[in-house]
Design a protein around this ligand. Structure first.
Ligand code: GZL
Ligand code: ZN
Length: 322
C-alpha cells in the first residue's frame, strides 16, 4: 500500500513540476518590445537636451524600441516624422509639439491608422480632443504664477517696471507662463509689465532682445524670462550695459538649469522656477499602457518647486544634471 502511495506522490510532484516548467516557459516568451515613434522638437536649450536624454535612456531601460526624430525647431519636420511613424505602423506616437496649433490633419491620419498619440512636454490645442490620448509634462500656468508670487514678495510694494522675454510664440510654455504671471500680479498696481519680446527660448535671441529693451526703456527693474537659456543671454546684455543682474535688475527665470542655479547662489539671479525635463520614465509607462490598449490619465503633471533668494540654504540644492 505504502509503495503505491509513494508512486502516486512522485507522479503528482512530476506533474506539478511539469506544469511549472510550462508556466516558466510561457513567462519566458516575453511580450514583444513596443515600437514608439518619438518626435522631438529641437535642441534649443540645455533643458531640451536633458529632455531628449531622459526619453532615450528611459526607452533603453524599459526595453522600448524607439524611433526618434529631431525636428530642429521646425513644425513641418515634426509632421513629416509623425507621417513616417504611421507608415512604419508604430505601436504608439509621442511628440513634443513645438507650437499648439496645426496638428489636426496628421493626428487624424494617426487616429485612422489606429495609433494612439501621447503629447509630451508641450500641448496641442484642437477642437477634437480624441486626436490624442493624454499629456505628460509641466503645469506652465502654475510656473508663471510662482514667478509672479515671488515678485510680489520681492517688490515689497515698490513701483517696478517689468520686461518679459517670452518663449516660442504659440508654444504651451510661452502661452501659459505668460498667462500665469499676469494672473498673479494682477491687482498689484505697483508692478508694471511695460514690454514683452519673444526670444524663442534661444540664448542669442535673449541677449539681442534684452539689448533692444534696454535701448527702448529708461528704467527696467525686473526681467521675467521664460527660460534660462534666454536669461543667460539677457544677463550678458545687462552686464554690457553696466548693470548688475540680481541687484539693479531683479531676474526671474524658468527651467532650473545648473547655470541658473549657480547664478542664483551668486546673487545674480533672484528666482529660478523649476521645470522638470526628466519625464522619460513616465512617458514609457504611459506609452506601454497605450500599446496594451489601456486608458491613461488625460493630464500627468510633473511635481516642481521654486528656488529663490528667500531659501534658507541654496547650497543644499542637489546638482541639476542639466
Ligand atoms: C518646457 C519646454 C521649454 C523649456 C525651454 O517644458 O518646452 O522648451 O522651458 C525649452 O528651455 O526650449
Ligand atoms: Zn494652451
Amino acid at each position: 500500500m505504502k509503495r503505491c502511495a509513494i508512486v502516486w506522490l512522485l507522479a503528482l510532484c512530476l506533474l506539478l513540476a511539469g506544469c511549472g516548467a510550462q508556466e516558466a516557459q510561457e513567462a519566458r516568451i516575453e511580450e514583444p518590445p513596443i515600437l514608439l515613434g518619438f518626435s522631438q522638437l529641437g535642441w534649443e536649450s540645455a533643458w531640451r537636451l536633458a529632455n531628449t536624454q531622459s526619453i532615450k535612456s528611459a526607452a533603453d531601460a524599459a526595453g522600448v524600441t524607439l524611433m526618434y526624430d529631431n525636428a530642429e525647431q521646425k513644425q513641418e519636420r515634426q509632421i513629416k516624422a509623425i507621417r513616417s511613424f504611421i507608415a512604419y505602423q508604430v505601436d504608439v506616437i509621442a511628440f513634443s509639439p513645438i507650437v499648439e496649433t496645426g496638428w489636426d490633419n496628421v493626428l487624424q491620419e494617426a487616429k485612422d491608422a489606429g495609433i494612439p498619440v501621447l503629447t509630451t512636454d508641450r500641448m496641442i490645442s484642437t477642437q477634437d480632443e480624441s486626436l490624442y490620448a493624454g499629456f505628460i509634462g509641466s503645469d506652465f500656468r502654475q510656473e508663471g504664477i510662482a514667478a509672479g508670487e515671488f515678485l510680489i514678495e520681492k517688490a515689497q510694494g515698490r513701483e517696478l517696471n517689468i520686461v518679459e522675454l517670452s518663449g516660442t510664440l504659440d508654444s504651451t510654455p510661452m502661452l501659459h507662463r505668460a498667462e500665469g504671471f499676469r494672473e498673479a500680479i494682477a491687482g498689484h498696481d505697483n508692478l508694471k509689465l511695460i514690454d514683452s519680446m519673444s526670444g524663442d527660448f534661444l540664448r542669442p535671441k535673449g541677449r539681442e532682445c534684452m539689448k533692444v529693451l534696454l535701448e527702448k526703456h529708461d528704467r527696467i527693474d525686473v526681467l521675467y524670462s521664460h527660460n534660462d537659456a534666454m536669461t543667460l543671454g539677457a544677463i550678458s546684455a545687462l552686464e554690457d550695459a553696466g548693470l548688475v543682474p540680481g541687484e539693479d535688475v531683479i531676474i526671474i527665470t524658468v527651467d532650473g538649469e545648473q547655470a541658473a542655479i549657480d547664478l542664483l547662489k551668486e546673487g545674480r539671479i533672484n528666482c529660478v522656477v523649476e521645470c522638470k525635463p526628466q519625464i522619460g520614465e513616465t512617458v514609457m509607462e504611459l506609452a506601454e499602457k497605450l500599446a496594451a490598449g489601456e486608458e491613461i490619465p488625460r493630464y500627468t503633471y510633473s511635481e516642481e518647486r521654486v528656488f529663490s533668494e528667500f531659501d534658507d540654504d541654496l547650497d543644499a540644492i542637489a546638482p541639476r544634471g542639466y
